[in-house]
Write a protein that binds this ligand. Structure first.
Ligand code: FES
Ligand SMILES: [Fe+2]
Length: 424
């Protein structure tokens, strides 16, 4: 599994992750980080972008899979492609802009031109290449496997392996639950992005997304402000025994499921919420509509996609270095829902997860404190034992109390599986 750093034999690889704990080197060792990019991000299915970000022919957005720059583009025939952003002449990135619309990507170095499907459509002074030069062989390379679910585009750099549906497992049902809140059956991602970075390892954010233990402490002040605004306080959904659950699905995915402890949508006491419910009942029937509106969930699709459905946004993790991570938070609109519902929900992102918000900045402080504390060599282990004795299996999911470290244990089981794959 993990290669030890140069000159440092380190612990035997198989003991870096145990059932109830992981070694501090998962967060501090640049050799482990490099191997994670190769064996996790550049191998398994990762989220790339949403189809609604490139609605028109010629629309594109650039991003990266692990270290490798890619372009998500919409071809003139309407098809969506994920292309490696690497000129086939001498290797320059052909598209630098974050997003835009163009029917041709023109490399700034020597002017080679590609269409949105990656085909090479122009080479300046072609006489220099003689008759044997076949442009069909020199199109932008395509990412080997691309599949989407409800408009969410995933890609894998591994040419072979399990398909997206198999990989998502129960996570697909939860993704459906989130998207089904849109009366038109799809979400639209076109309201910009909130971007932030922190000086700590990417897995600290990944662990935290489904950490139902910390909110009462890390976010105590935020909760108090919210309660004061509402003019009441009450038992919090993130208390032990609230009935909310933490779940692991396999393949590293997981969710917090608040059940009756916290609803996604308010009861229809106001006209916008009532109209939303009516529209959903029409499309889905009353039972499914109640399931969708009554279920607040947080979903993590390992390794880089997270949904907070009550605040109507998803986040994408981008590991930059062993001790630096970027996070992008994308608000989305529920297509067909009243504008007021979308406005209200998306305001939740600004309140909770923007850079000047009440929630997320406190998490970032915790991550950086962990990164600093994990430099201590007198203690090796980071503990994920909470709730191990009381977790249970239910329909392909491991389920525990919302404050238990069930999803984190699931994530590290997958981490270990992927990191071991390739060792002799
Ligand atoms: S590197 Fe792109 S045209 Fe030369
Ligand atoms: Fe938090």
């Amino acid at each position: 599994m993990a290669r030890p750093a140069d000159g440092d034999p380190g612990p035997a690889s198989e003991v870096l992750v145990r059932e109830d704990r992981v070694h501090r080197r998962l967060y501090t060792d640049a050799g482990v980080f490099a191997l994670e990019l190769e064996r996790i991000f550049e191998r398994t299915w990762v989220f790339v972008g949403h189809e609604s970000e490139v609605p028109q022919p010629g629309d594109y957005r650039t991003t990266a899979i692990g270290r490798q720059p890619v372009i998500l583009s919409r071809h003139t025939d309407g098809s969506v492609h994920v292309l490696f952003n690497r000129c086939m002449h001498r290797g320059a990135v052909v598209c630098r802009a974050e997003r835009g619309n163009s029917t041709v990507f023109r490399c700034m170095y020597h002017g080679w031109m590609y269409d949105p499907s990656g085909e090479l459509v122009g080479v300046p002074f072609p006489g220099g290449y003689g008759d044997g030069f076949d442009p069909a062989e020199w199109g932008l390379r395509r990412v080997p496997r691309v599949e989407s679910r409800r408009g969410f585009v995933f890609a894998s750099l591994a040419p072979e392996g399990e398909g997206l549906a198999e990989h998502l497992g129960p996570a697909a049902r939860y993704l459906d639950l989130i998207v089904d809140a849109a009366p038109a059956g799809e979400v639209v991602v076109r309201a910009g992005v909130e971007r932030y970075a922190y000086a700590a390892n990417w897995k600290l954010q990944a662990e935290n997304l489904l950490d139902g233990y910390h909110p009462n402490f890390t976010h105590q002040v935020a909760f108090e402000i919210a309660e004061r605004r509402r003019g009441r306080s009450g038992r919090r959904a993130n208390s032990e025994g609230s009935g909310a659950t933490a779940r692991a699905f396999g393949r590293g995915h997981g969710a917090l499921h608040y059940g009756a402890a916290r609803r996604y949508a308010p009861d229809p006491g106001d006209p916008a919420a009532a109209a939303h419910r009516r529209a959903l009942e029409e499309r889905l029937g009353p039972e499914r509509a109640e399931e969708v509106l009554g279920t607040d969930i947080q979903l993590f699709v390992f390794p880089n996609l997270f949904f907070q459905n009550a605040r109507q946004h998803f986040r994408v993790l981008r590991p930059v270095a062993v001790d630096r991570t970027e996070v992008e938070a994308y608000p989305y609109a529920l297509s067909g829902a009243p504008d007021e519902v979308n406005r209200r929900q998306v305001r939740g992102l600004a309140w909770w997860a923007s850079s000047a918000a009440f929630g997320q900045p406190d998490d970032l402080e915790a991550f950086e404190r962990c990164q600093a504390g994990l430099q201590v060599t007198a203690a090796d282990w980071v503990l994920f034992a909470r709730g191990l004795h009381r977790e249970r299996q239910a329909a392909g999911e491991v389920v525990g109390d919302v404050t238990d470290e069930v999803p984190q244990r699931g994530m590290y089981r997958e981490w270990k599986r992927l990191m071991a794959d390739g060792d002799a």
